[in-house]
Design a protein around this ligand. Structure first.
Ligand code: 2AM
Length: 218
């Protein structure tokens, strides 16, 4: 029926509790503020600006997000493949409204997006659609061979004109590339460069983020 079709959300996901949103947002800002002052970053500045000597203020470069969340299933109000099945899954129904503890293990930056990698537990993986990583194989060869849950992330910001879906694709792409050597030891952890403006900071201490499993209608 029409009611059933319109009663599916835009997406399901874990929504960070408000105090945690502030903490994660501030950590991300501190990271961006430091990153654009590092000599190793400046060496590759053309990836962002198109010109070697130009400076970039990463805090300004990205439009930051308000409701920080980790999408589990993009349903597009029922139009996305598998949306109805996901909403009917007993684990999804049982978990709806429960608070989980997400582990943020890395921060990553590309000329398009900035995000946090989320490392899911076995319990959390039950809410993760099994085919998520396979869907991107055409655009990102190798992504289908990554462990299930590899795409889990929180979008922290997008450059002007970039669609939010890009953050997960940027993360998957980084994960398919060989891990370079650590170029810089930052207070938060080790910084690695993956070419073409792609950077990842593995957090020395993962950030523990309380988040409510719910959905967004818009
Ligand atoms: P995000 O999870 O990287 O932030 C609404 O657009 C939300 O659904 C955003 O959080 C967005 O990206 C996510 N999203 C949009 N389109 C998507 C898609 N085709 N597949 C997966 N997630 C999508």
């Amino acid at each position: 029926s029409l009611l059933e079709e319109t009663s599916l959300p835009l997406y399901f996901g874990w929504f960070l509790l408000s105090s945690v949103q502030v903490k994660v947002g501030c950590t991300a800002m501190d990271f961006l503020k430091t990153l654009d002052t590092l000599e190793v970053f400046k060496k590759h500045i053309a990836d962002f600006t198109g010109e070697a000597e130009k400076e970039v203020d990463l805090e300004q470069y990205f439009e930051t997000k308000e409701t920080l969340h980790c999408t589990t299933k993009f349903c597009n109000y029922g139009k996305a493949d598998g949306a109805k099945e996901y909403a009917k899954n007993p684990v999804v129904k049982k978990s709806y409204g429960s608070v989980f503890s997400l582990s943020l293990t890395a921060l990553f930056v590309t000329p398009r997006t900035v995000g946090a990698r989320v490392s899911l537990t076995e319990e959390q993986l039950q809410l993760w659609p099994a085919d998520t990583e396979k869907e991107s194989e055409v655009g990102i060869p190798g992504s289908a061979s990554l462990p299930v849950g590899s795409r889990a992330h929180i979008t922290l910001g997008c450059a002007a004109g970039v669609e939010p879906i890009q953050t997960g694709l940027d993360l998957l792409q980084i994960l398919t590339l060989p891990e370079g050597e650590a170029l810089e030891e930052m207070e938060l952890g080790s910084l690695r460069y993956y070419g073409e403006g792609r950077w990842m900071l593995s957090l020395r201490e993962p950030i523990c983020a309380a988040a409510c499993f719910s959905s967004f209608y818009g």
